[in-house]
Design a protein. Structure first.
Length: 154
């Protein structure tokens, strides 16, 4: 048995880049910063920031397009995926991305209110049954769509 599960809480580094693809699929990409703060042996406060490449598909991508902005604090659950490509100089490059399965907007929204949570439905959930606070996405394998991500212009 193996598990590929990532949980991140961090701040968005730039507004999402969203593309509407042929066939009606939507994909959003953005960076998310997570920081670790500690004191070294001299008592100095040290902050280490990691940057994560987030990829959201379909309904989650549409939510990100509407509501996620630079500086937004997000909770993301997903899985790690590494892909390779050949650059202009014929060098092999690797990109590690987090494919989000669920997202929660943290903090206060403008105009008051609380946080919102969005996720793909469980594979056993009927597609026509809406769930409060969740975006319904078709279940099934996205590998055919995702395998074409290296062709995206961002």
């Amino acid at each position: 048995m193996s598990v590929n599960k990532v949980i991140l809480v961090g701040n968005v580094g730039k507004d999402p880049e969203t593309r509407h693809l042929e066939g009606g699929n939507t994909v959003s990409k953005f960076s998310l910063a997570t920081s670790e703060v500690y004191k070294n042996k001299d008592g100095e406060k040290i902050t280490n920031t990691e940057w994560h490449n987030i990829v959201l598909w379909r309904g989650l991508a549409e939510i990100a397009e509407k509501y996620v902005k630079k500086g937004s604090q997000l909770y993301i659950e997903g899985r790690i995926k590494t892909r390779s490509y050949t650059d202009q100089d014929n060098n092999t490059r690797y990109v590690t991305e987090i494919f989000g399965d669920s997202m929660q907007l943290l903090g206060k929204r403008e105009g008051g209110g609380t946080q919102d949570s969005y996720s793909k439905p469980p594979s056993s959930a009927p597609e026509s049954a809406p769930q409060a606070g969740n975006i319904q996405e078709p279940s099934g394998d996205l590998s055919e769509t995702q395998s074409k991500e290296e062709d995206l212009p961002f």
